[in-house]
Write a protein that binds this ligand. Structure first.
Ligand code: P53
Length: 472
């Protein structure tokens, strides 16, 4: 009973949120570099405000981040000390292809990730690699308009061919796009899209979505051809929508909101567009230009596993004017659950519900690749944080996940917590919103020594891994 013997415990990060060194060794600029911290961030990452050059008024946290680029050995050693079996990380597209549309890759960028993977392997840590985690070359935005342009599929295929070939034998687990459904909510972050005035947003969004879905299927095909050992997965920002009340209209709205997200995984896991999506495109006059070849590629290359992030469930009612609660996925306050400092609901049972729903829907091996609590940490003079709140959150969620495995029979490959080391927040750009077992001395304005120190949760997670999730 319990988790499988080879259960992959670990942590998850994204290149732009921790590497820094944004202009080192030939790296090109990406959308994520141009996303400032502060009140203008939302308009930028949602594609409502065009910001394709740095200016002096804003602070851009990804430029330096926590400097993993120069400190990866120290950081991976700490992950190894906690007993990580896997480390989920992402590749910065612009380290490999600085502009995105070059014919030949940047050797320095390829070398960096090779070194990182070897460092992981040294400790028996299995890398789990996200090919794109919200990053997209600025050049492809300026020249091609982001993922709305089909040509980008070919650039992505080239990137995949290069990395699958180069890292054959070093990396086996791949994720094609991080939180692919986020492109609907943060189109600049998810798809390099800046809206033009007056354009049909749904047309743009679903065209970009289609291009990413086709690119993802190509990646699966290319990955399997280069190494049949490769396991290639999709990735959903999960978290079930609850109806605010049992009113039938609320229940229906919740179903529609869930479909908005499942749409992507329906295509990636099943290999074809669901009927409800086709009808939606028809009604909305959306033409995304699906070719016969696209349909074939999608059909023949479903993913090997379904991965997802889970932080919270969401709550919705049919009355749109009562929408309120902040952050990217507009939701309502669920009166039955508490929320974090950033307004995210605390719902471990919702985790079990979400895991089950995804498993029922796809019947594929699952991988929880993000879960965690973003909180304000107050370190003592030695950088130690007594983060019992974080331990509490993770304990409750791991328990719920265990029930999904033990009591419900879900096939689960592993679990990686978000941000095992403090890093830049994707939603807000803050450093203050911390998820780590390892504290990093850096603040929202970029001040700090970047010194790493262990929090209380460090030893706790080490114990969880050592006992394969028994000792919580
Ligand atoms: P932050 C929105 C909704 C759910 C997950 O988020 C999200 C987002 C974007 O904010 O992002 C994922 O940093 C994402 C990570 C991100 C993490 O969740 O806003 O894959 O890059 O850092 C946590 O607190």
């Amino acid at each position: 009973m319990g988790f499988r013997k080879d259960f992959l415990w670990g942590g998850a990060t994204a290149a732009n949120q921790l590497e820094g060194a944004y202009d080192v060794d030939g790296r090109g600029l990406a959308n994520v570099d141009l996303s400032p911290v502060g009140e203008d961030r939302l308009a930028v990452i949602t594609g409502e405000r065009k910001m394709l050059e740095f200016d002096d008024e804003h602070f851009y946290p990804a430029k330096g981040a926590i400097d993993f680029y120069h400190r990866y050995k120290e950081d991976i050693a700490l992950f190894a000390e906690m007993g990580f079996k896997t480390y989920r990380m992402s590749i910065a597209w612009t380290r490999i292809f600085p502009n995105g549309d070059e014919e030949t890759p940047n050797e320095k960028g390829l070398e960096f990730y090779e070194n990182v993977f070897k460092e992981c392997r040294k400790y028996g840590i299995e890398p789990l690699v996200t090919i794109t985690h919200f990053d997209f070359p600025i050049h492809l935005i300026k020249e091609y308009g982001g993922w709305r342009n089909r040509k980008v599929i070919d650039f992505y295929k080239r990137l995949c061919t290069v990395i699958f070939t180069r890292y054959k034998g070093l990396v086996k687990y791949w994720i094609t796009f991080n939180e692919i459904n986020i492109l609907l909510h943060a189109p600049f972050m998810g798809a390099g899209i800046v809206f033009e005035e007056g354009e049909n947003k749904n047309q743009v969004l679903y065209t970009a979505a289609h291009n990413e879905l086709v690119a993802s299927a190509w990646a699966t095909k290319i990955g399997h051809e280069i190494d049949p050992e490769n396991k290639i997965g999709c990735m959903l920002a999960a978290g079930k929508f609850y109806p605010l009340t049992s009113k039938p209209e609320d229940v229906w709205t919740a179903l529609e909101k869930d479909r908005e997200n499942y749409f992507f995984i329906d295509v990636q896991a099943r290999g074809y567009y669901p009927a409800y999506a086709k009808k939606f495109f028809e009604r909305e006059n959306i033409n995304i230009g699906i070719t016969d070849e696209d349909e074939q590629i999608l059909r023949e290359n479903p993913v090997d596993f379904v991965s997802f992030s889970y932080y919270t469930t969401r709550c919705i009612s049919a009355e749109a004017d009562r929408l309120g609660e902040g952050n990217l996925l507009k939701t309502m306050r669920n009166p039955y659950i508490e929320v974090t400092d950033w307004g995210w609901g605390l719902d471990p049972l919702g985790f079990r519900t979400t895991i089950n729903e995804i498993y029922d829907r796809y019947q594929k091996p699952l991988f929880v690749v993000e879960n965690g609590l973003g909180a304000v940490d107050v370190p003592d003079a030695d950088g130690y944080v007594e983060d019992d709140y974080r331990i509490g959150y993770l304990r409750d969620h791991i328990k719920a996940m265990k029930e999904a495995v033990e009591l419900d029979g879900v096939e689960l490959l592993g679990y990686t917590t978000w941000g095992p080391i403090d890093l830049v927040s994707a939603g807000t750009g803050e450093m203050k919103k911390r998820y780590g077992f390892i504290y990093v001395d850096r603040d929202n304005d970029g001040n700090g020594t970047l010194k790493r120190s262990k929090k209380k949760s460090f030893d706790w997670y080490k114990k969880v891994i050592a006992s394969n999730g028994e000792d919580l």
